[in-house]
Design a protein around this ligand. Structure first.
Ligand SMILES: Nc1ncnc2c1ncn2[C@@H]1O[C@H](COP(=O)(O)OP(=O)(O)OP(=O)(O)O)[C@@H](O)[C@H]1O
Ligand SMILES: [Mg+2]
Length: 317
């Protein structure tokens, strides 16, 4: 079976004056999947979203979105996508309901009142529906903005930091909306600062650094690049070397020392290493233990390590 891509970009470039925001962005998002775009502040995530949603023209490179050429068929792309940005698009003078009805009419949706009511309900805005949007809290505005982007049931939905600053309940509403959409076949590209969120929602992650995709893969594959962190705290400084010998033997990795805490650490990609085995081996070697732990990698580790390594590479070049 051949994979079809809802978003496929090659070599996208964008410069703002002296700032080269994108320097050859290659993205491939399979239809019906969620792609999480992660990266440090200023990496180019919002620029990528603005390009891929036709709000900005690329300086170079090309992309197909929902089967259409981004530049030559921009109008067709627009009819198939939804977008909610870091900057809300709703009108504060209108009520939530009026905003959604207006969007529905603009997009010639059949039964605009019904569709508006359905979306208000889905995003927990029914009670506030007839108040001006200007009186909404930040989280309510964000939910209204997302509802507006769904008016037309987009094929591809772009969400730029959809949950930044939201409380857990609002965040959950948005997460379940994303899951429902993908269950219906919608493709979602979302940027986020919350690695936990990407871990839960994304099938694939593109780690953007300085205008390029530095790494990509499933959350599990990216974590496997990093490995599990093993740490033991021993009773006296004199047995640290012995503990290091055991860790070296078990992990094949060079141990690191924290002399203040009498701790020895190492990273392993061996997923069969268990805590009981670690403790048994240290015990057999006669190492008096205060504490031992195995910490599976989080996406935070991946993020820090991989963006760090990029620094190292550039420093070495
Ligand atoms: N309209 C603009 N004019 C000038 N510079 C811009 C403009 N838009 C973006 N930039 C610059 O391009 C770079 C990438 O910005 P972008 O907003 O895409 O980053 P981001 O990854 O979304 O960051 P954040 O995590 O802070 O949202 C930054 O250096 C930014 O200052
Ligand atoms: Mg941004």
């Amino acid at each position: 079976m051949t994979t079809t891509y809802a978003v496929l970009s090659e070599g996208l470039e964008k410069r703002f004056g002296a700032v080269q925001a994108l320097r050859g962005l290659d993205l491939a998002v399979a239809s019906g999947t969620v792609c999480g775009v992660l990266g440090p502040n200023g990496a180019g995530k919002t620029t990528a979203v603005r390009l891929l949603t036709t709000l900005l023209r690329p300086d170079a490179g090309s992309a197909r979105v929902a089967g259409h050429d981004l530049v030559r068929e921009a109008a067709a792309v627009r009819t198939k996508i939804g977008v909610t940005g870091q900057y809300a698009s709703v009108d504060g003078d209108l009520t939530g309901r009026q905003n959604l009805r207006l969007f529905a009419r603009l997009h010639r949706v059949r039964g605009p009142a019904g569709r508006a009511g359905e979306l208000l309900d889905r995003f927990g805005l029914t009670e506030a529906a007839d108040r001006p949007a200007a009186t909404y809290s930040g989280g309510m505005r964000r939910r209204l903005d997302l509802a507006a982007s769904l008016i037309r049931r987009p094929e591809v939905l772009f969400l730029d930091e959809p949950t930044t600053g939201l409380d857990p309940a609002s965040r959950n509403l948005i997460h379940s909306a994303v899951r429902d959409l993908t269950a219906d076949g919608t493709t979602v590209l979302l940027t986020t600062q919350y690695l936990e969120e990407a871990d839960q929602l994304a099938d694939d992650i593109a780690l953007v650094d300085r205008g390029r995709v530095a790494h990509r893969g499933s959350p599990a594959a990216l974590k496997a690049l990093i490995g599990t962190h093993v740490e033991v705290v021993v009773v006296g400084a004199e047995v640290m070397a012995k503990a290091a010998g055991v860790l070296d033997h078990l992990t094949g990795a060079r141990p690191t020392f924290d002399h203040e805490r009498n701790a020895v650490g190492a990273v392993t990609r061996d997923s069969t290493l268990t805590l009981p085995r670690l403790v048994r081996e240290l015990d057999a070697a006669g190492v008096p233990l205060l504490d031992a732990s195995l910490r599976p990698p989080t996406l935070d580790d991946v993020f820090l390590r991989l963006t760090d390594d990029q620094d190292l590479k550039e420093a070495a070049a």
